[in-house]
Write a new protein. Sequence first.
Length: 219
Amino acid sequence: MSESASQPLRHTNLRDQALEVIRQALVSGEIKPGEIYSAAALATRLGVSGSPVREAMLTLVNQGLMEPVRNRGYRVVPMSEHDLDEVYEMRLILEVHGTLQAAANMNKDDLARLESTVIEIETAAAKGDVVQVLEADRKFHLGLLAHCGNKRLVSTVETLRDQTRLYGLEYLAKHGTLTDSVHEHRDMLTAIANDDMPRLETIIRAHMHHLRSDWADRD
C-alpha cells in the first residue's frame, strides 16, 4: 500500500480503522484482484498487531468482498457477469425505493449538505480522479439513502456498492463519459427540490442502468 495508507494507527478502535484503510486500498486498486494478501504483513505496515487486521479482513469476507486462502491470506473475490447482474438487480430494487423514501423525508438543509458532495463529485470528475469520484459518489448515495429511515437497507446497499467498486470506472475515465454520469447527481437534487418524484425515479433508474452498461464495457 502507499505510504499514506501505511501510517501507524493510534486510536482505540483499531479494527474499524484497519477496515477503512483496507477498503481505501481496495478502491484505489492498491489491493488487486487475484493477488493474495497476508493479514500479518498488512498489520506490520499499519503498525498494529495482527488481530484487528484479521478481524477487518474477516469483515470483508462476510461482506463478500474478499475470500480466505488457506494458510496464505486473503484475496479479492472476482466478479463474473452473472454476479454483476445479481448486484444490479438487488441495487435496483433497494435503491429506487430507498431514494424515493429518503427524498420524501428531506429538508432544505439536507439538500444543501448533499449539494456540497455533488460539487466534490464534479470537481473530481473534471480532474479525471476516478478514485475520488468513487468516494464522493459513495458518500452522496449513502448520505441520501440515510434519510429513508431503514438502516438495514442502507447497510445492504453499502455492501453491494462496495462489491462493484472497481468495475467500469477506468473505462469511464478513459472514454470521457465519467462527467456524463456525474451530472445525474445534480439532476437528482433538482428533482428532490422540486418534489418531482416521478422525475427522480426516472433519473435513478437511468443512473443505475448507465452504471450496469459501464460494467459491461470495463475491458
